[in-house]
Design a protein around this ligand. Structure first.
Ligand code: ADP
Length: 229
C-alpha cells in the first residue's frame, strides 16, 4: 500500500518562550495510507485544528516533517507549498465557507480555474460532484438558498473539485443537527469511498468515527491509536 500522507515528529507550541506558552503537539507521528479513511477524535482544545492545518500545509510546525504523496514539504517555499496544497489536498471546515455571491456550481468550478482547468471541463466536473451528493437540482442556488446540510455537501464537492489525493476535514458535520449530520456524513463517506481518496476526518462523534477504517486520538499532544472491538 502506498502512503498518501506522513507526519513525522511534528511539534507545535503557541507563544513559544512567552507567558502563556501552549504546547499543542509534541512529537506527533502518523501515516495515512492511500485509500484509507481515518477518524481523529479529541476533546475541544486538544489540537485537532492545529494538526489538520499543519497536515494541510496551511500552517508550519516548529519541528518535524509533512510528507505528501512521498514529497517532503518541509523547507519548501510558500509558493511550492501552495501548489502542493492546491493539487493534492482538499480541506473541509466545520462551517462551509462557501462564497455567498456565487452559486453552488460556481463554488465548485472556481477552484478548478485556479488550477488551470477549462470552463467546460470544470463545469462538467462540478455537475458530476453535485450529482454524487444528490444536489443536481440545487446547482444554480446560492449558499443562502440552501439548507445547512446542503451547504456542507456543496463544501464537500468543492474540497474534491481538484481531485486531491488527501481529504482533511475538521468536524465536517459538527455544525448540523444530529439527524442531518448522520445523512450528510454518509454522503461524505460515500464520496470518499467512491473516489478512492485518503481521508483524515476529525469528529467529536464516536459513532461516526467507528464507521472509518481506523481511529486515532489526540492525547496530551500525541496521537494514539484506538483499539476497535
Ligand atoms: P481543537 O481543534 O482540538 O479544538 P486547536 O488546535 O484549535 O484545538 O487549539 C489547541 C490549543 O491551542 C488550544 O488550547 C488553543 O487555545 C491553542 N491555540 C490555538 N491557536 C492558537 C494561537 N494562534 N495562539 C495561541 N494559542 C492557540
Amino acid at each position: 500500500m502506498s502512503e498518501a500522507l506522513r507526519l513525522s515528529g511534528i511539534s507545535k507550541t503557541y507563544k513559544k518562550g512567552k507567558p502563556g506558552e501552549v504546547c499543542v503537539l509534541s512529537d506527533v507521528n502518523f501515516t495515512l495510507q492511500a485509500g484509507e479513511l481515518v477518524g481523529l477524535v479529541a476533546p475541544s482544545g486538544a489540537g485537532k485544528s492545529t494538526l489538520l492545518h499543519i497536515a494541510g500545509l496551511l500552517d508550519t510546525p516548529d519541528s518535524g516533517t509533512v510528507i505528501v504523496g512521498g514529497q517532503d514539504t518541509s523547507g519548501k517555499p510558500d509558493r511550492e507549498r501552495t501548489r502542493i496544497r492546491r493539487q493534492d489536498i482538499g480541506f473541509i471546515y466545520q462551517f462551509h465557507h462557501l462564497l455567498a455571491e456565487f452559486t453552488a456550481a460556481e463554488n465548485i468550478t472556481l477552484p478548478q480555474f485556479a488550477n488551470g482547468v477549462s470552463k467546460r471541463v470544470a463545469e462538467k466536473h462540478a455537475q458530476q460532484l453535485l450529482a454524487s451528493v444528490g444536489l443536481t437540482d440545487r446547482a444554480s442556488h446560492r449558499p443562502a438558498e440552501l439548507s445547512g446540510g446542503e451547504q456542507q455537501r456543496v463544501a464537500f464537492c468543492r474540497a474534491l473539485a481538484n481531485s486531491p489525493r488527501i481529504l482533511l476535514a475538521d468536524e465536517p458535520t459538527g455544525n448540523l443537527d444530529p439527524a442531518t449530520s448522520d445523512t450528510v456524513f454518509s454522503a461524505l463517506m460515500e464520496l470518499v469511498r467512491s473516489t478512492g481518496l485518503s481521508a483524515l476526518i476529525a469528529t467529536h462523534n464516536m459513532e461516526l468515527a467507528k464507521r472509518m477504517d481506523r481511529i486515532v486520538r489526540l492525547e496530551d499532544g500525541q496521537l494514539v491509536e484506538i483499539e476497535q472491538p
